[in-house]
Design a protein around this ligand. Structure first.
Ligand code: PMV
Length: 335
């Protein structure tokens, strides 16, 4: 991981006017996203610059809604899902540190109110949609009028995968090569896939023992398999884009599943080993493999946690709902 001297504040400052023009209120929504080609590994931990490019599909109306307003009693307030959080909580600190990049020392106490409509049963991380929604709300609140690619770069500094949540549909995040990361931004693909379904299968809602940031770092530092990852991710990205272009579901599903398994292989070969799976995760994988043997076109992907995201098309919906009664179904292109 390179350690350049460029920090978040120095990158942001180049895009802001000297005088801020805060409004009284702003709100924004950003969708959550599921990576088909994963982001795993940072080449710069300060700016969240990735080792590889990645590709995701957004979860349409499921994500984070963030409201920013003035705080009348002079102190910042952070709310999450209708609860006031203590100012020293992890979440509050991350939010306020991010807000400070834009407030730049000016005394503008704020209330930042975030609501996630991702079903609580889904077991999905909300940092991607959370930072993207916060970035969009800050852009409006301070009348910044930043380009979408700049918003993507800034959201990335909150959480890497948030760069992709600035957009909807299929989204590619290019790793970029600049030291300041301003070419490490996401963009939306033109393709839509109306029949595509994502099935969320939650096997546990326990907090993950090792967060993505530490997991990536441990993998880079200790896994002998990790050096093969950037090349694998690069070729998977090409295969996935081709599959999406041709609406070739088997190619898309197989490549996404292989990509997720390869990422998990790098995690498992880290030391100490990073095994995010639970016995129930493996049981669901086996059920998916059996269903495929039986002719059902279903694949899965998994992030740094034990829950699975099934990929299938509407033709398989009813059989899969019977097989996995707890599954929550999202149709990203259904509108
Ligand atoms: O954006 P982060 O720091 O939460 O990392 C996300 C990492 C994965 O979810 C495992 C993969 C991805 O591309 O979303």
């Amino acid at each position: 991981m390179s350690n350049n001297s460029i920090n978040k504040a120095s990158v942001v400052n180049r895009y802001l006017q000297d005088r801020l023009e805060p409004k009284d209120y702003a709100d924004a929504f950003a969708p959550s996203n599921i990576a088909l080609c994963k982001y795993w590994g940072k080449r710069d931990g300060e700016l969240n610059l990735p080792v590889n490019s990645s590709l995701s599909v957004s979860l349409a109306h499921l994500g984070s809604h963030t409201k920013i307003s003035r705080s009348e009693d002079g102190s910042d307030k952070v709310r999450l899902n209708n609860k006031d959080l203590p100012s020293d909580s992890d979440f509050s600190r991350k939010v306020i540190d991010f807000v400070d990049l834009f407030r730049r020392g000016q005394k503008i106490p704020l209330i930042v109110d975030t609501r996630n409509n991702i079903p609580t049963a889904a077991g999905l991380a909300s940092s991607a949609s959370g930072f993207a929604a916060l970035m969009l709300a800050l852009d409006d609140f301070f009348s910044l009028n930043l380009d979408k690619s700049v918003l993507s770069a800034f959201a990335r500094m909150g959480s890497g995968s948030a760069s992709r949540s600035i957009y909807t549909g299929f989204v590619r995040w290019d790793m970029g090569s600049r030291a300041d990361g301003m070419d490490s931004v996401a963009s939306q693909l033109d393709n839509r896939w109306p029949d595509l379904c994502i099935g969320l299968i939650k096997v546990s809602s326990a907090r993950k023992p090792v967060d993505s940031r530490s997991g990536m770092q441990r993998t880079i530092e200790t896994s002998k398999l990790y050096p093969s990852w950037p090349e694998q991710a690069g070729s998977d990205l090409i295969t996935l884009e081709q599959a999406i272009d041709e609406q070739n579901f088997a190619q898309m599903g197989a490549c996404a599943e292989k990509n997720a398994m390869s990422m998990h292989a790098t995690m498992m070969s880290a030391w100490p080993p990073l095994v995010y799976w639970l016995p129930e995760s493996l049981a669901v994988m086996q059920q998916v493999w059996q269903l495929r043997e039986a002719g059902v076109a279903v694949y899965f992907t998994m992030d740094a946690g034990p829950n699975l995201k099934l990929l299938f098309e509407t033709a398989s919906l009813s059989v899969l709902q019977t097989e996995f009664p707890i599954m929550e179904v999202i149709q990203p292109f259904s509108d």
